[in-house]
Design a protein around this ligand. Structure first.
Ligand code: NAP
Length: 257
């Protein structure tokens, strides 16, 4: 039995929908107080209201992870409302598709700003608060794309997601003296609201390439984050964990027959 997470203060960036919403839901269900963060105020508010039906208190906050001032205000707000910041799930990310011959500098900068620098800024803003708690947990959402696999159109995305793992290793050493752990989750193909637009055939083809023959649920990522945030996971830091139904394992299509 794990020590309950009830009453802990959790910030989840990029949680008005998708994986972030799933992470927020899992923490709220277990009685944690959760701050829903996204740029669109209405979307964050709607999600917070919905998740308030769970055990914990859920509030919305409008902020852009590329803006340090907004990240600082976000962390201060969580401290005011929940009495501190115990856990940061640094999850916000974008994945526009662009092949290399069409990719502009602006495309590259935009993806790296949100997906890589955005993590640095969210973490930097939360660090003073996490230090105070003597229980700091940072969980980043990376991806299998970049650290392990490749996919045409996502060179910038892949670079940002692999970059997160480089950042993680040094950050883990620096934060260890304050008993703060930092780890990353590498999701495979997770079924989010956005994926539904790709159509049933596309989703079936994706599922067929996964040994467990199904896409992941947002709760699968949420449950992994919950474990990494637990007291019992306190000796794990600087690590990454793949949550993908075995997607990265097959050497060839033959292996899936
Ligand atoms: P999603 O459904 O598009 O949701 C993205 C969330 O991030 C939204 O709440 C969005 O809200 C927020 N966001 C985007 N840019 C932001 C910014 N600059 N500042 C603050 N919030 C921002 O995406 P998802 O599929 O759940 O992906 C979430 C994370 O998981 C990403 O880091 C992604 O790379 C990673 N991931 C996803 C999959 C997958 O299969 N879905 C697989 C591997 C990794 P606003 O637009 O209102 O800001």
């Amino acid at each position: 039995m794990f020590t309950p997470i009830r009453g802990k203060s959790v910030i989840v960036t990029g949680s008005s929908k998708g994986i972030g919403k799933g992470i927020a839901k899992v923490f709220a269900k277990h009685g944690a107080n959760v701050l829903i963060v996204g740029r669109n105020q209405k979307a964050a508010q709607i999600t917070a209201e919905k998740l308030n039906q769970e055990e914990g208190k859920v509030l919305a906050f409008t902020a852009d992870v590329t803006q340090l001032a907004e990240m600082k205000t976000m962390a201060n707000y969580a401290e005011e409302q929940f009495g501190g910041v115990d856990i940061l799930c640094s999850n916000a990310g974008i994945f526009p598709c662009s092949k290399l011959d069409e990719m502009t500098e602006e495309n590259w900068d935009c993806v790296l700003d949100v997906n890589l620098k955005g993590n640095f800024l969210a973490i930097k803003a939360c660090l003073p608060h996490l230090k105070k708690q003597a229980y700091g947990r940072i969980i980043m959402t990376s991806s299998i794309t970049g650290p392990i696999t490749g996919f045409p159109g996502w060179a910038h995305y892949a670079a940002s997601k692999a970059g997160m793992l480089g950042f993680l290793k040094t950050a883990a050493i620096e934060m260890a003296k304050d008993q703060i752990t930092i780890n990353a989750i590498l999701p495979g193909n997770i079924q989010t609201e956005g994926l539904k637009d790709l159509g049933k055939d596309y989703l079936q083809t994706m599922a067929a390439s996964i040994p467990l023959k199904k896409l992941g649920r947002v709760e699968d990522i949420g449950n992994t984050a919950l474990f990494l945030a637990s007291k019992e996971a306190g000796y794990i830091t600087g690590q990454s964990i793949v949550v993908d139904g075995g997607q990265i394992l097959p050497e060839s299509l033959e292996a899936l027959k």
